[in-house]
Design a protein around this ligand. Structure first.
Ligand code: MN
Length: 295
């Protein structure tokens, strides 16, 4: 039997801040967090449930660029609308995911959907940034809509809860593989894990890969000695091939795992490259209008 991954550290997210006027997020990690232990993951913003009154306006973030990585948006409650310079766009609701590849450069906008804005209601969402290896940072931009119905929802043993497999592969307790619909450039597992109060679960993950758990709701024992609560991130060791969880309460967890890229990171705002020179080039290209237009 291979060993369990162990907790390297438990990080607490700072206080909420607004992204545009639509997304009240806690930043659960940023490119500096964990001193490389989160590679290939760059940033995670989580907007806990917040009730919005009906409006005739649009709440969110207007046109802005990205280059060098991918943004993954998961909606738990409410609806988010996206449009970008590749001509792609769409609305996602509860359980749906947008997997946007910025790569060589994209311009996009992110708003509450017009239907949601009109009626108002609870918004809960998260956005994860996944780095691209140097050789794929110049790939064409792209966009995948992953609807809830296309995301396997796999039961855990002993009615402990469910795992929604957004990306990668989840091996269930019968030994059966369940593949997520997302196309990724490097091996990434991204799972939306729900545990019932008091449940225990052991999740198999690749030996040698980065792994981290963002606790979105509830309280979870990780391994034998650590507890992580809402707004906390448990960064796990690369050594080990499984994570043992005990849910102190009903819990919603975002599990991220991936093969580390092991490359230099130069991150500035919406650009994540390998060198400062490449970031400056991205800024010049944006100023020169080379990221296209949203039509
Ligand atoms: Mn964006």
């Amino acid at each position: 039997m291979t060993g369990l991954k162990t907790v390297v550290s438990v990080e607490s997210a700072p206080a909420m801040h607004w992204v545009g006027d639509g997304f009240p997020v806690r930043q659960m990690f940023s490119p500096g967090t964990g001193n490389g232990a989160l590679d290939p993951f760059l940033m995670l913003d989580y907007a806990a449930p917040m009730k919005f009154a009906p409006t005739k306006g649009r709440r969110g973030v207007g046109p802005h660029p990205h280059r060098g990585f991918e943004t993954v948006t998961v909606v738990y409650q409410g609806e988010v609308e996206h449009r970008d310079s590749t001509g792609a766009g769409g609305t996602i609701g509860p359980g749906d995911v947008q997997w946007m590849t910025a790569a060589s450069g994209i311009l996009h906008e992110e708003f509450h959907s017009s239907d949601f804005s009109k009626t108002g209601g609870n918004m809960e969402m998260m956005q994860l940034w996944v780095n691209l290896p140097a050789k794929h940072k110049s790939a064409p931009p792209g966009y995948q809509t992953l609807l809830a119905g296309d995301i396997p929802n796999v039961a855990l043993a002993d009615s402990a809860g469910h795992v929604r497999v957004i990306a990668g592969n989840f091996k269930d307790y019968h030994g059966q593989d369940h593949h997520g619909p997302a196309r990724t450039f490097t091996p990434v597992d991204l799972w939306d894990v729900r545990l019932v109060a008091g449940a225990t679960a052991t999740l198999q993950l690749p030996e040698g890969h980065t792994a981290a758990l963002a606790i979105l709701r509830g309280e979870v024992g990780v391994g034998a000695e650590h507890t992580a609560r809402e707004g906390q991130l448990a960064i796990m060791s690369r050594t080990g091939a499984a994570i043992a969880l005990t849910a102190g309460t009903e819990a919603s967890i975002l599990l991220m795992s991936g093969k580390p890229l092991g490359e230099a990171i130069a991150a500035h705002g919406p650009f994540v490259m390998n060198t400062v020179g490449e970031v400056k080039q991205a800024m010049r290209d944006f100023q020169d209008g080379k990221f296209g237009v949203i039509s």
